[in-house]
Design a protein around this ligand. Structure first.
Ligand SMILES: [Zn+2]
Ligand SMILES: [Zn+2]
Ligand SMILES: [Zn+2]
Length: 165
């Protein structure tokens, strides 16, 4: 289990997003090397599309953006690339939105929690090992084998909360 505890807040409108994208690509390359995986062209393209913004994007929109950019992969190829990114934990599926978001701190085994702003749609990922530990402890008490936990908190980010009437 990861001991990393970090809060990455995409909840600030004005920032140089190209840095986020550059960082994301760099960490993805490093993580793939670590896991012995290949970041093929299509996988990289899908990752870049997902990282084009801090809002989650649906699988169909990823496909559309790929086609707009002149790539015409068969849909299964694009969806397989997406599956790959999820299983390598470079990208997460936000279940409640049925959409995908880039992971700011990818590594093979991390657990994460999401804070989702219902106003601007931005999603922040938090890796809090205490939360994961509490869920595991609960499972143990029940003799339950947990496979994955999804914690998605919906609400308002600071900016949107301040602008709310
Ligand atoms: Zn950014
Ligand atoms: Zn993550
Ligand atoms: Zn917001």
């Amino acid at each position: 289990m990861t001991t990393r505890k970090q809060v990455i807040s995409p909840f600030h409108g004005e920032h140089d997003h190209s840095l986020c994208q550059k960082d994301a690509l760099k960490s993805a390359i490093i993580e793939c090397e670590k896991q012995g995986l290949r970041l093929t062209t299509i996988r990289r393209q899908v990752l870049e599309i997902i990282w084009a913004q801090h809002n989650p994007i649906g699988a169909y929109d990823v496909l559309e953006k790929l086609q707009e950019s002149g790539h015409k992969p068969a849909p299964p190829t694009a969806y397989r690339a997406l599956d790959f990114l999820v299983s390598a934990k470079l990208v997460h599926r936000v279940e409640s939105l049925n959409a995908y978001i880039g992971c700011p701190s990818p590594n093979a085994k991390h657990q994460c929690q999401f804070y989702i702003c219902s106003e601007c749609g931005h999603v922040a990922e938090v890796n809090n090992p205490d939360v994961s530990a509490a869920i595991s402890a609960g499972a143990q008490d029940l003799g339950f084998t947990g496979q994955q936990s999804v914690i998605e908190v919906h609400g308002l980010c600071k900016d949107c909360g301040q602008n709310a009437p």
